[in-house]
Write a protein that binds this ligand. Structure first.
Ligand code: PRX
Length: 654
C-alpha cells in the first residue's frame, strides 16, 4: 500500500447504511448481532460451546470445548467425533434432498446441476473407490483439478473416509506441485486430463507426470478425470480413469467418524521463506467457523443462489465453495473458466443465467471488469443479486463504488471480508443488514473474534492515524492448528512476536474512530498478485535457478488491476546484459519463472544490475528497491552503499 492509498483510506468518510429493503428481511437483525457479541464477550468459550452443539451434527458429543494446555497449539471440541462430509451432505437429505447443491457452468457453456441427493451419491461412490484403492484415514491426497464439481466431490470424498486432502491450485507448475506432494507425503494424486480456461484446454495430467517423474515415491495411484478429452499418457499400474474406479461402486458410504481435531485438509500457502507452508486445518472447528460465517456474512436463505468465484485451489474455494455453503445447505454455482471468456460479460451472464443472488469475488476481478465499462454489465439482468462480497486484498474505494452502483444497483450491501488461509474463515466483515459500510474497510470482527491493532509492544494503538500489527487476541475454532511437519515454524511465524499471547496475522492495519478496521496489506515479504499470495523468496529462488542468474531481489509495486505486480532486480553471471540481449533474457526469465512456479508468478518488470544494494551486514535493502520500483522518494541512507552509483542503474537510468 502506498502512502497516498493510506491517505485516501483515512479520509474516506462515506458511510453506507444497510439498504432498508435488505435490512427488513435480513437473517441477523441489529438486536441479534448485539446479543451474539454480548454473549461472546461474556464467555467466549461458552459461546463456541453453544454454537458447536447447535450447528454441527456430532457422532460423539464433545465434553471439553477448548483445550489450551499446549497453547498456542489450541484444540477445540477434541473429545467429540463427527464427519465433515456428513455435516455437508447427509444432514440435508431428509428435508432438502432434491434441492440443487451445485449448479455447474463449464467454460464452453455446458452446464448441469447436482442436487444434494445426487451429490451425496457421487461423493459416496468416489469415497468407496478411494477405499478400494487402499486409502486409509489419515492418508494425504493431493487434488490438482480444474473448477468442476468433481473437485468438490473429491474433497468431500476424502473427508468422508477421513483422508486429508491437499488441493493444489491448477495454475501452479509441476515443480510447485512436486514440492507440495513431497511435503505432504501424499499417497495419491487426483487430477484431470485438463480444464478449459480462456478458450484453451489447460493440461494438468502432464504436470502431474512431470511432478512425479524423478521422485514422488509416496504416490502409488493417480486418478484422472476426463474433462477436455485431450489425449494423455496413462502409466500402467499407477494411473486410473475416474470413470473406471467409480464403476460398480455403491452410492452409500458410511462416514468415517473422526476426532474433532482430525486434519480435514492441508493447504499450502506462501510465507516469507522460499518454502510454502502446509497450513493444517481441523475438522470440527474449521467446519463450525465455515458454516457460521456463511450464514452470518452471506445471509444465506433457502432460495439463494450463492456464487463464490474462487478456485478450490485457494482457501476461499475451500471455505465458501466446498464446505461453508454446503454445511449451510445452500445452492452454489461453480464456474470452470476465465472471467473474460468469451468476453468480459461472462460473470454477469452467469449471474443472469443461474439467477445468482449472492456474488463473492476478488477486487482484482472487479477492477479488470470495471475497466471494460458499464455497458457490458448493463446488457444483463442483474436484478436478482441482493448481496455482494469482496475478498483477498484491500478493495480500492473506486472499485467498491462501481461494484455498489453498477453491479449492485445501489440496493445490495457489500461485505468486504478480511481473513486468511490460516484463519480458516472470515474474521472481519460487515454483517449485511446491520453494519454501515465504508468503502475499503472490512469494518468489524464477526461475533466471537477478538481482533485488535497493536504497536510493537502489543498495546492497542488507539490512534486512527497510526497503523500497527493486526492481531487476534483469543483463539477461535477455525484457526490453523499447525504447519504440517513444522510446528516450530508455526510458533515462530504466528505467535512468537507477542509472547505466544496473540495470533499475528502478518498484516498491518488501522482502526478508525468508529472502531472499523482498515487492512493495509502485508507486513512481511509476502505480496498479493491478482489476489494470489506469493512470497518474495519463492520468486527469488525461481530466478536463481536459471543458469544465467547470479542473484535476484523481488519487490512488488502497485498495479491498476492486479493490485500488486512483481518487480525483479536481477544480477547476471558475467556482464550485465544490455540491448537486445537484455530484452531476450527478460522474456526468457518471465517464462522461466512462470514454469518454475506457475503463471501467476511471472514478473511484470525485470531490471538488470551489476549488483544489489546491501547493508553492511549483507542484507538486501528491500525498502530502497521498493521505493525505486514505485518511483517513490528514497528515504534510506544510501551513503553506506559500496557503490552508490548503483542507484541510478537500478532506476534504469544508467
Ligand atoms: O493481506 C491480507 C489479504 O490477504 C491475506 C491472506 O491471503 P490468503 O491467505 O491468500 O487468503 C486470501 C483469502 C482469504 C491477508 O493477510 N486480505 C484478505 N482479505 C482482505 C485482505 N486485505 C484487505 N482486505 C480484505 N478483505
Amino acid at each position: 500500500m502506498t502512502d497516498s492509498n493510506i491517505e485516501s483510506i483515512l479520509h474516506e468518510n462515506r458511510s453506507f447504511p444497510p439498504p432498508l429493503a435488505f435490512a427488513a428481511k435480513a437473517r441477523i437483525t441489529p438486536a441479534e448481532f448485539a446479543a451474539l457479541n454480548t454473549e461472546a464477550a461474556r464467555d467466549n468459550v461458552a459461546f463456541w460451546t453453544r454454537l458447536a452443539r447447535e450447528e454441527l451434527s456430532w457422532h460423539t458429543k464433545f465434553k471439553q470445548t477448548l483445550d489450551d494446555s499446549q497453547a498456542p497449539n489450541y484444540r477445540w471440541f477434541a473429545d467429540g467425533m463427527l464427519n465433515a462430509s456428513h455435516n455437508c451432505l447427509d444432514v440435508h437429505l431428509a428435508a432438502n434432498g432434491d434441492k440443487p447443491a451445485i449448479i455447474f457452468e463449464g467454460e464452453p457453456g455446458d452446464s448441469h446441476t447436482l442436487t444434494y441427493r445426487q451429490l451425496t451419491a457421487e461423493v459416496c461412490r468416489f469415497a468407496n473407490a478411494l477405499k478400494a484403492q487402499g486409502i486409509q484415514p489419515g492418508d494425504r491426497i493431493v487434488i490438482y483439478m480444474p473448477m468442476v464439481p468433481e473437485a468438490v466431490i473429491a474433497m468431500q470424498a476424502c473427508a468422508r473416509i477421513g483422508a486429508t486432502h491437499s488441493v493444489v491450485f491448477g495454475g501452479f507448475s509441476a515443480n510447485s506441485l512436486r514440492d507440495r506432494i513431497n511435503d505432504a507425503g501424499a499417497k495419491m494424486v487426483i487430477t484431470a486430463d485438463g480444464g478449459w480456461r480462456g478458450g484453451r484446454s489447460i493440461e494438468l495430467k502432464s504436470a502431474v507426470d512431470a511432478a512425479l517423474a524423478d521422485n514422488g515415491k509416496t504416490v502409488g495411484k493417480v486418478i484422472v478425470l476426463k474433462r477436455t478429452g485431450e489425449p494423455v499418457a496413462m502409466q500402467e499400474g499407477r494411473d486410473l480413469w475416474w470413470s473406471d474406479v467409480v464403476k460398480g461402486q455403491r452410492d452409500r458410504c458410511e462416514p468415517a467418524w473422526v476426532g474433532a481435531e482430525h486434519p480435514l485438509f492441508l493447504l499450502y500457502t506462501s510465507g516469507s521463506t522460499g518454502k510454502p507452508k502446509g497450513i493444517q486445518h481441523s475438522t470440527a472447528g474449521y467446519l463450525l467457523s465455515a458454516k457460521l460465517t456463511s450464514q452470518w456474512v452471506f445471509d444465506l436463505r433457502d432460495d439463494d443462489v450463492f456464487w463464490c468465484t474462487a478456485d478450490v485451489g485457494w482457501v476461499t474455494g475451500h471455505t465458501y465453495v466446498c464446505y461453508g455453503p454446503l454445511a449451510a445447505g445452500a445452492t452454489i454455482v461453480m464456474y470452470e473458466g476465465a472471467p473474460m471468456h468469451p468476453d468480459g460479460g461472462r460473470f454477469w451472464k452467469i449471474c443472469e443465467k443461474h439467477g445468482v443472488t449472492i456474488f463473492y469475488t476478488a477486487p482484482t476481478a472487479l477492477r479488470a471488469l470495471m475497466k471494460l465499462g458499464d455497458g457490458i454489465p448493463a446488457k444483463y439482468d442483474l436484478s436478482k443479486l441482493r448481496l455482494l462480497g469482496s475478498v483477498g486484498e484491500p478493495i480500492n474505494p473506486e472499485a467498491w463504488i462501481w461494484y455498489h452502483t453498477v453491479i449492485g444497483g445501489g440496493r445490495c450491501p457489500i461485505v468486504d471480508t478480511w481473513w486468511q488461509t490460516e484463519t480458516g474463515a472470515i474474521m472481519a466483515s460487515p454483517i449485511p443488514g446491520v453494519t454501515a459500510t465504508k468503502p475499503g474497510s472490512c469494518t468489524t470482527p464477526v461475533p466471537g473474534i477478538d481482533m485488535a491493532v497493536v504497536d510493537d509492544n502489543g498495546n492497542p494503538v488507539g490512534n486512527p492515524e497510526q497503523g500497527g500489527w493486526l492481531v487476534v487476541r483469543k483463539p477461535w475454532p477455525g484457526m490453523l492448528r499447525t504447519i504440517w511437519g513444522d510446528n516450530a515454524r508455526y510458533l515462530s511465524t504466528y505467535w512468537a512476536r507477542f509472547g505466544n499471547c496473540y495470533y499475528v496475522a502478518g498484516d498491518t492495519a488501522h482502526q478508525d474512530q468508529d472502531g472499523y478496521f482498515w487492512c493495509m496489506g502485508r507486513a512481511d515479504d509476502v505480496f498479493k498478485v491478482s489476489g494470489h499470495r506469493l512470497g518474495t523468496m519463492e520468486v527469488e529462488s525461481a530466478f536463481v535457478a536459471h543458469p544465467r542468474v547470479a542473484e535476484a531481489a523481488v519487490v512488488s509495486r502497485p498495479h491498476d488491476i492486479k493490485g500488486e505486480s512483481i518487480f525483479a532486480y536481477v544480477v547476471c553471471r558475467g556482464t550485465r546484459p544490455t540491448g537486445t540481449d537484455a530484452e531476450q533474457l527478460s522474456a526468457e526469465l518471465r517464462e522461466f519463472v512462470g514454469k518454475e512456479l506457475g503463471a501467476i508468478a511471472k514478473p511484470d518488470d525485470i531490471r538488470f544490475a551489476d549488483n544489489l544494494p546491501k547493508t553492511r551486514s549483507g542484507k538486501i535493502m528491500r525498502r530502497l528497491l521498493r521505493a525505486i520500483a514505485r518511483d517513490e522518494k528514497i528515504t534510506e541512507d544510501i551513503s553506506t552503499l559500496e557503490n552508490p552509483a548503483i542507484v541510478e542503474q537500478l532506476r534504469g537510468r544508467a
